[in-house]
Design a protein around this ligand. Structure first.
Ligand SMILES: [Zn+2]
Length: 426
């Protein structure tokens, strides 16, 4: 292999080395490349003498130039130490691309720093570059800074994610700028004290920038909204509204499966295997048939969902309410949306099943915010559809990647780096 090509690839300047072809040596660890530093540059940095400087000794430096988890690559440099005959001092020449006593080249270091923006865990990055996790984290802590956030966004979405930062805080809050689809900031806990401490830092003019406040149905958000964003429109995230119902439908499906139908009957097997179909919009159920082996009977998916749901009054009610929720139209006015949500919660509150009444009460309590999310005219925005399903999944993935970060500040910095400064994070 040509020396120059290789050196350029790992970010070193070939001018510092004796030009000759290099063949990598296979070792137990990976590949070893041997290069030799040039010996004809002998200007003493102390007295500028370049005449009688002599070679004092040779020594070897190993530089890790791996950038592929499959193969460790080590560059071994035969280095020269000179002694100045004029001032009697010893010196070495610096190598462009290698900083001080670092064991990785600057080029590789920059690649690693770049990878901190990618959806790669610290462990994956360590493996890719064949360095220890400790070193990866040290690089992250020392080399990466995340600048403070700018202005509060016009459409502020707040959502929590499971992440234990300490004993009494199991959820962190992620603030999203809806319009730019970026993570605005992260708050350590969704508890009142933390939320207030966070929003207290903004002056009233800054807080007034927020025209729409979008959240799930968590009570603390309602009081935060009232206290800090009194003039903004509060929108209940549609995804979370629907999730209230899908959770109940799923619970009732399990209940019917285990208590109402016969074990291993057609309905039992179908409900167990195709649980997702019960949470879908009716029109999205695939046009397929289900074959029950022991009876030899074939039934369409649609019919089977219908038959199963019919088995229990509460299951049937929950399923129908969910289907009605799916039927909302984005073109509805605020009044129509209010009527629509009333139609939903009234039915739930009339139920004899506590769980359904409870959801009905939640919907009642949040009726205005839910109506805001269903009514297009009230907001001009069609908030929460996209954010919910798409961004939530991505953030959840990033949190999983970040999970090993015992240190919350480090975790926060990493999440912000991935979600704020990597335009392609979604
Ligand atoms: Zn000298």
């Amino acid at each position: 292999m040509n020396n120059n090509t290789f050196l350029y690839r790992v970010g070193l300047n070939p001018e510092n080395f004796i030009n000759r072809d290099i063949e990598p040596i296979k070792t137990d660890e990976g590949l070893l490349y041997l290069v030799e530093e040039r010996k004809d540059i002998r200007i003493c940095p102390y007295c500028n003498n370049n005449l009688k400087n002599e070679i004092k000794k040779y020594y070897y430096t190993n530089i890790n130039v791996s950038s592929n988890s499959n193969m460790k690559e080590i560059l071994q440099i035969k280095r020269v130490q000179y002694i100045c005959k004029n001032c009697n001092k010893t010196f070495t020449n610096g190598l462009k691309g290698i900083n001080g006593h670092n064991t990785i080249s600057e080029f590789i270091k920059n690649q690693i720093i770049h990878d901190f923006r990618q959806k790669l865990s610290f462990k994956q990055i360590s493996e890719k570059y064949h360095i220890s996790i400790g070193m990866t984290i040290k690089l992250f802590d020392e080399q990466v800074t995340v600048t403070p956030t700018g202005h509060l966004p016009k459409v502020l979405c707040i959502d929590e994610y499971h992440f234990e930062t300490n004993k009494d805080s199991k959820y962190i809050c992620i603030l999203i700028d809806y319009e730019t689809r970026t993570v605005f900031d992260i708050i350590q806990s969704r508890q009142k004290a933390y939320l207030e401490e966070y929003f207290n830092r903004f002056n009233s003019k800054e807080l007034e920038r927020v025209k729409y406040f979008c959240s799930d149905l968590y009570d603390e958000y309602a009081s935060i909204k009232r206290k800090y964003f009194p003039k903004a429109i509060h929108i209940a995230d549609k995804f979370h509204v629907i999730k209230q119902m899908t959770t109940i439908v799923n619970m009732l499906r399990t209940r019917v499966m285990n208590k109402v139908v016969e074990y291993k009957s057609k309905e039992y097997n179908f409900m167990k295997k195709n649980w997702k179909l019960f949470l879908k919009r009716q029109e999205d159920i695939p046009n397929k048939t289900y074959y029950h082996q022991s009876s030899g009977i074939e039934t369409s998916y649609g019919d089977l969902v219908f038959n199963c749901v019919k088995l229990n009054e509460h299951f049937s009610k929950a399923y129908n309410v969910l289907q009605d929720l799916y039927k909302y139209s984005d073109k509805t006015t605020y009044t129509e949306a209010t009527e629509f949500i009333r139609f939903i919660y009234e039915r739930l509150r009339l139920s004899t099943l506590d769980e359904l009444v409870k959801v009905g009460n939640t919907f009642y309590k949040w009726r205005h915010e839910i109506a805001n999310s269903f009514a297009r005219n009230a907001t001009g925005y069609n908030i929460s559809n996209g954010i919910a399903e798409n961004m939530n999944n991505h953030i959840a993935t990033i949190i999983k990647i970040a999970y090993g970060y015992s240190n919350y500040e480090r975790f926060k910095k990493r999440v912000l780096l991935i979600c704020k400064y990597n335009k392609n994070w979604i």
